[in-house]
Design a protein around this ligand. Structure first.
Ligand code: AMP
Length: 121
């Protein structure tokens, strides 16, 4: 599969500092920031700094160092946001997964009781 990365996507602009964000955590390999339309008390997006469009792109092509750095950031976000009681991690992907922003991001959602997993269209 071909993964074509669009450098004009909104998260690329955030990474370049062209659009502000509410940073929760940043490292060499990842940035985590609050979602602009939070779906729960905690709603953080964790993104790799590299140009990956989706979870399957990242899992296939990111280096071991980038992948470790990304998941270290996920761990930090869970610690910082205090979601010991649980959370949901979502990676919406392409059309069927209703992905709006074509830069891989993991939603970390929690801080309160969530509903069941999926809504039908
Ligand atoms: P997805 O459907 O998984 O691609 O979701 C994209 C998410 O990015 C949505 O939850 C939006 O609310 C969020 N979002 C869009 N623009 C921004 C922004 N400038 N800062 C923070 N979150 C954003």
């Amino acid at each position: 599969m071909e993964f074509a990365y669009d450098t004009d996507n909104i998260f690329a602009k955030i990474l370049r500092g062209e659009i502000p964000n509410q940073t929760v955590f940043e490292s060499d390999h990842a940035l985590a920031f609050n979602d602009i339309e939070p779906q729960a008390k905690v709603h953080v997006l964790v993104i790799p700094k590299g140009p990956y469009v989706s979870l399957d792109h990242f899992a296939r092509d990111a280096s071991a160092e980038e992948q470790a750095g990304f998941f270290a950031a996920v761990s930090e976000v869970c610690r910082i946001t205090g979601v010991e009681a649980g959370f949901r991690a979502i990676a919406n992907t392409r059309t069927h997964g209703v992905q709006d922003v074509p830069h891989f991001h993991l939603h970390i959602i929690g801080g309160e009781q969530l509903g069941r997993m999926l809504q039908t269209p």
